[in-house]
Design a protein around this ligand. Structure first.
Ligand SMILES: [Zn+2]
Length: 370
């Protein structure tokens, strides 16, 4: 899940929206509008719509606070956070890297539902303190209070990747000391919980003629997918457990001077049969250039275009240190949709890991294991 619309940075963490968010935002505004109008027939339509809009905005603020809580605790433990994305089914914090221990994992997971519960308490508490008359403010606070309690409760359902599933994973990890097995077990519970949601949702839809049932089934389906993906990744990581990037990367990287022309590079490319060159500027690694970048330039421009101007600069290349586990490097490749990763230590280029090396490695391994 990647953000498609950037909203800005909060506490140094990028926050954005996925297109699917607009669907849920619309649904919430419509349903709130209907709900407030039925409950308070004396209010004008404009007032009701304004209230529905304001309540929806505050709902997304409380979702964001839930995700920020996860992200800030992760950051406090030195785990980088890529971004927070709001989408159709809520929010997701993209925390990069694993928790170093079960306790950290537990804290990162539990703080989200705790935040929602605290927001719920504050809203409901405010309604109790305010005069006991239904005003737009109390109607809004009541709804926000209950929806935040519901968020806390729903997220505590012990199905990975819900927060409750992560809590379960941290407890299993803490008890057994085996993070991998804890991941597998909690992912299986995630699939079971997802299956229950789908069944429950379908039953509700057909017997209760309730559209909310379809929504529950949809959430269940999403859980099954996400938990299945987690299981696959865990299996993948186990297969590559003892393999480091430095074990299989290619060391003999061809380099090219950034001030050479693309034509010169193409001549070398054809002769050497290589698909990827490291671009050097003044003895420093400046970027990578592959056949892909060359294709962006029309053939007639090759002699007059410098390699510098077409390369992919180092900043965007997601360089990894040589001791990175292969499973993690493959995750980066898949997530960033790149075919090569420069392998660097202390701003020195050690090698390049490309999909070709990974395929070679897998083939060799498969042959040996037969
Ligand atoms: Zn959460």
């Amino acid at each position: 899940m990647r953000s498609q619309i950037r909203l800005g940075k909060f506490f140094g963490i990028r926050v954005g929206l996925h297109y699917s968010w607009f669907l849920i935002a619309l649904l919430i505004v419509f349903s709130l509008n209907a709900q407030f109008r039925v409950a308070n027939p004396a209010w004008t339509p404009g007032m009701v719509l304004g209230l529905a809009l304001a309540t929806a905005v505050l709902f997304f603020v409380s979702l964001l606070l839930h995700e920020l809580a996860h992200s800030l605790v992760a950051q406090a433990h030195g785990i980088p956070v890529r971004e927070i994305t709001l989408f159709a089914l809520g929010g997701v914090s993209q925390i990069e890297g694993e928790s170093p221990d079960a306790k950290t994992e537990f804290q990162i997971a539990i703080v989200g539902p705790l935040t929602s519960a605290v927001i719920g308490l504050l809203c409901v508490g405010a309604v109790f303190i305010l005069p006991h008359v239904v005003t737009p403010v109390t109607a809004m606070l009541t709804w926000l209070g209950y929806i935040n309690f519901a968020l806390a409760a729903f997220n505590l359902v012990p199905g990975y990747p819900l927060d409750g599933g992560r809590v379960l994973r941290s407890l299993l990890w803490w008890k057994s000391g085996d993070a991998e097995r804890a991941t597998r077990t909690s992912a299986i519970t995630g699939q079971v919980v997802g299956g229950l949601f789908v069944t429950l949702g379908i039953v509700q839809f057909f017997f209760g003629a309730n559209f909310g049932g379809l929504w529950i089934a949809f959430i269940g389906w999403f859980l099954i997918q996400a938990a299945g993906e987690t299981r696959r990744q865990a299996g993948f990581k186990r297969a590559f457990e003892n393999v480091r990037v430095s074990d299989i990367m290619s060391h003999d990287c061809s380099t090219v001077d950034g001030r050479q022309s693309v034509q010169d590079l193409v001549d070398r490319l054809v002769k050497s049969g290589r698909r990827c060159f490291v671009v050097m500027d003044d003895g420093h690694v400046a970027g990578l250039v592959t056949a892909n970048e060359i294709r962006q330039v029309s053939r007639s421009q090759w002699p007059v275009t410098l390699v510098d101007s077409v390369m992919r600069p180092l900043e965007g290349l997601h360089a990894v240190p040589p001791d990175t586990p292969l499973g993690n490097a493959l995750e980066v490749m898949a997530r960033e949709n790149v075919n090569q990763l420069p392998v660097m230590s202390n701003s020195h280029l050690d090698g390049v890991l490309s999909r070709a090396e990974v395929v070679n490695y897998l083939q060799t391994r498969a042959e040996l294991e037969q």
